[in-house]
Design a protein around this ligand. Structure first.
Ligand SMILES: N[C@@H](CCC(=O)N[C@@H](CS)C(=O)NCC(=O)O)C(=O)O
Length: 186
């Protein structure tokens, strides 16, 4: 199964899951603070064909919570089923296709938030291009153009098909890196 077809089918599964969840919580109009637990129960077996290895329910809950936070912070306007499909495949490991994202960190030396992110990159042994916004002014301008501000750290993620995402907030970047790459590095 190609990665594109996998994402399409997985997005369909997420749509179905959302509908089933809404049906189950019809009395509260879908409101359910513990939705990741419900989703994980529904998805656990249904996800098997999409993933490289079996998953535990707790790992799935963790991945769903991280994906939801990340969606809200980085791409709130992106359609959620497709977004979830891509992230869940990255987070839990697709059945095929190695990860091909390229990462670049916009940062500067003395920034404490950047230091935390650089620490995690070092721990995970990731290949991330470092773009120091004070050593190279063009990087600062790129950041301003993309985000309307130059606050760092910001992770720039370029996927295999050339799509670019900009992820601000050190806590979100750290969680994303740990969830996405922690398993492979463990
Ligand atoms: N909540 C942000 C805080 C980032 C932040 O305050 N960065 C400082 C440098 S340590 C910065 O870029 N300040 C300049 C600005 O906001 O334009 C995070 O955790 O990433």
């Amino acid at each position: 199964m190609s990665n594109e077809i996998q994402i399409k089918q997985l997005a369909e599964l997420f749509k179905k899951t959302g509908q089933a969840h809404h049906q189950a919580f019809i009395e509260t109009d879908g409101e359910d603070p513990d939705w990741p637990i419900w989703y994980a129960g529904y998805l656990e077996d249904r996800l098997t064909p999409f993933l490289a290895a079996p998953i535990t329910r707790s790992r799935l809950v963790f991945c769903l919570v991280a994906t939801d936070d990340e969606h809200g912070a980085a791409s709130p306007n992106a359609p959620w089923p497709e977004y979830y499909a891509e992230r869940v495949l990255e987070c839990l490991g697709p059945a095929e296709e190695p990860k091909t994202d390229r990462l670049a960190l916009y940062h500067f030396d003395g920034c404490p938030f950047c230091i935390r992110v650089r620490g995690v990159i070092g721990e995970l042994g990731l290949d991330v291009e470092m773009r120091n916004i004070y050593e190279d002014k063009t990087r600062r301008e790129e950041l301003r153009e993309a985000r309307g501000r130059t606050t760092v750290p910001v992770l720039r993620i370029t996927s295999g098909d050339g799509q670019v995402r900009w992820m601000p907030e050190s806590a979100d970047i750290i969680r994303y890196l740990q969830v996405t790459y922690g398993r492979a590095a463990a």
